[in-house]
Write a protein that binds this ligand. Structure first.
Ligand code: ADP
Ligand code: MG
Length: 624
């Protein structure tokens, strides 16, 4: 039965507010929620339309389109249709350069340590913005389906995601207008969906997640109701898509065709048919697949039986089992020490997987009753319901009420400990200097949800002194934040090459009332959109300034190795980038950065020594 709430003071009908769980997948995304007063989560969507493909297409007017319709446009408009954006989150160009040929869209090679950007018809998007577009779609879908306000969510990430990738996911949520109450590991969410935590026993769980393009094994330890990831393994380029590809290859051979003789559209339609065949065979292994594909007046034979598919998929399946063995080895566990297995990811519907796992883990319970492509979102919805305070049977652990971070170049807030992190907690991150010979570094600690430190609350600052003089970017300064069980924050800074260090203790909640915390949170949400845009602009400016500095220094040091034409060309681009800096237009600044980078790359590569390239690694703390 539906209920409505009426605000007695204003007479307005108020929509309920629902906290949702979101599985933001590489291939597919889903949203789930727990209906009020119930214990079991449900998926958002009508007529089994739960899955939203994680694909964004930009039309001629740069209006984004998300989901199935966007997915259909991949072959037609590869440069305007972004898929697998999750692979780019929190990464720089170097991290992904080996795999860019697989993507049909244009990734900017800035040859630096900056986060990846995608150029779509002259506009620059980073993976956070692209993920935010997907999250926005999921949010809207949920709001319409639930007829409720959805502005709080739990979002899942792979267990191996590092701090930068987790922060990027949080930022994407914020940009989509979602207050991200918590980032939860996908294998943990799947275990929650199976209620594995509802026991007094401690357990060791192996989560096997084979999705569209990625494979993850995680081994979790459940102790006193708390999950800990003890080992992860997998392959970030292995999944159901690879099975589709080998079916395509098999069909081509069957028909005596070469892939080179097919156009993009034909390849695409064969891939779609291959996925259909794979799903049909895995759902009814006893029925051969035999739906011919038509290319003009040529009919392609697509006959395939389940046992043929199993034989073809063997190399993929044995790779997954190798990863399982390696995860066990890392966790220093034997197969018989695993108490339960959880199957996650659409590709684990392939019956062979269950068979291989039950052979390797005889007698171990394999949880596969919940649809493996839905289980992560359902688990996230359970966590969301707990955080919404709807579950009185569950105790919440102590968490930090506001984010804690330091000031980086451009007065930006760099969050080290996101709000809602369980305490005690500890995190370290590496920074560097932005000016040659810098010997002192100011570390200013702030608390709050805004992107600019000036709008957050300053908790204190100290100076790391006596750093030996080194070129900009050379010092490795590790900043550590640790909150103990009493909520005291210890901040330590250490230059790793020289061992110089300094630390302070801070009481973050000192003097803050609950109401003040509330106001700071609200202000963070209200200003999220504008704040993040401002930050992107500042980041583009920082990037441009740093590049101008590096390029000028490069000319001074290595000018002698360049032709006068190269020097002139570089100087012109430096000047025009300077001009663009005044424009405050992010896309223009980034285009200028790209132009200068593109131009200098060939001869920079010629002379650039290792020292300079390492100098460009890691973030720069503001200098004093
Ligand atoms: P991700 O977590 O990477 O976003 P999913 O968990 O949604 O991905 O898995 C998508 C993959 O699952 C696709 O490759 C799809 O073809 C595959 N898949 C879906 N249903 C089946 C099925 N019945 N049998 C085999 N593979 C399937
Ligand atoms: Mg997944």
């Amino acid at each position: 039965m539906a209920k409505i709430s009426i605000n007695i003071a204003s007479g307005a009908i108020e929509k309920p507010n629902v906290v949702v769980g979101i599985d933001l997948g590489t291939t597919n995304s889903l949203v789930a929620y727990t209906p009020k007063g119930e214990l079991h989560p449900k998926l958002v969507g009508n007529n089994q339309n739960f899955i939203v493909p994680s694909v964004v297409h930009f039309d001629d007017n740069n209006i984004p389109l998300v989901g199935s319709k966007a997915k259909q446009l991949i072959a037609q408009h590869p440069e305007r249709t972004i898929f697998s954006v999750k692979r780019l989150l929190g990464k720089n160009y170097h991290d992904i350069s080996a795999h860019t040929d697989y993507l049909g869209y244009k990734i900017i090679n800035d040859d630096q340590d900056n986060l990846v950007k995608v150029n779509i018809a002259g506009n620059y998007y980073n993976p956070i913005q692209l993920s935010a577009i997907i999250l926005q779609e999921l949010k809207e879908k949920a709001q319409i389906f639930l007829n409720a306000t959805v502005d709080k969510a739990v979002i899942t990430v792979p267990a191996y995601f590092n701090d930068a990738q987790r922060q990027a996911t949080r930022d994407a949520g914020k940009l989509a207008g979602l207050d991200v109450l918590r980032i939860v590991n996908e294998p943990t969410a799947a275990s929650l969906a199976y209620g594995i935590d509802k026991t007094d026993q401690d357990k060791t769980i192996l989560v096997f997640d084979l999705g569209g393009g990625t494979f993850d094994v995680s081994i979790l330890r459940l102790e006193q109701g708390v999950f800990e990831v003890i080992a992860t393994n997998g392959d970030t380029y292995l999944g159901g898509d690879d099975i589709d590809k080998i079916i395509v290859k098999y069909w081509l051979e069957l028909n005596g065709l070469e892939i080179e003789n097919l156009n993009q559209n034909q390849i695409q339609s064969l891939r779609i048919a291959a996925e259909t065949a794979k799903i049909a065979l895995s759902n009814s292994p006893e029925l051969p697949f035999n739906t011919p594909v038509q290319f003009g007046n040529v009919t392609l034979n697509t006959y395939i039986e389940y046992h043929t598919l199993v034989a073809l998929a063997e190399p993929i399946l044995s790779k997954t089992m190798n990863c399982v063995s390696m995860a066990l080895k890392d966790a220093k566990l034997l197969a018989n020490e695993i108490d339960e297995i959880v199957l996650v990811g659409g590709s684990t519907r392939f019956p062979e997987i269950y068979k291989l796992l039950s052979d390797k883990f005889p007698g171990v319970q394999i949880n596969n009753q919940i649809n493996p492509d839905e289980v992560v979102a359902l688990g996230a919805a359970i966590e969301a319901d707990i955080l919404a305070g709807n579950r009185k049977d569950i105790l919440l652990l102590d968490v930090t009420p506001l984010s804690l971070g330091i000031e980086t170049a451009g007065a930006l807030m760099d969050v080290l400990i996101p709000r809602n992190s369980k305490i005690p907690t500890r995190i370290g991150r590496e920074y560097t200097t932005s000016v040659d010979g810098q010997i002192n570094l100011k570390i200013a600690v702030y608390q709050g949800e805004r992107e600019l430190v000036t709008q957050n609350r300053k908790l204190g600052e100290f100076i790391l002194k006596n750093i030996p003089a080194m070129p900009a970017g050379f010092p490795k300064i590790e900043i550590q934040f640790a909150i103990n069980a009493d909520g005291v924050l210890k901040v330590a800074a250490k230059e790793l090459r020289s061992g110089v260090m300094q630390e302070v203790d801070i009481q973050p909640t000192y003097g803050l009332t609950d109401a003040e915390v509330e106001t700071m949170l609200e202000s963070g949400m209200i200003n999220a959109q504008a704040d993040i845009e401002l930050r992107l602009e500042k980041e583009a400016q920082n990037e441009a300034e740093q590049l101008i500095y590096t390029a000028k220094r490069f000319l001074e040091k290595h000018g002698i190795l360049l032709t006068s034409e190269e020097i002139l060309g570089t100087e012109q681009r430096i000047e025009s980038l300077r001009g663009l800096l005044l424009s405050n237009n992010r896309n223009e600044i980034l285009a200028g950065v790209e132009a200068l980078n593109e131009y200098t790359r060939p001869f920079a590569e010629r002379v650039m020594d290792v020292a300079v390239s390492t100098a460009l690694k890691s973030k720069k703390v503001q200098d004093i």
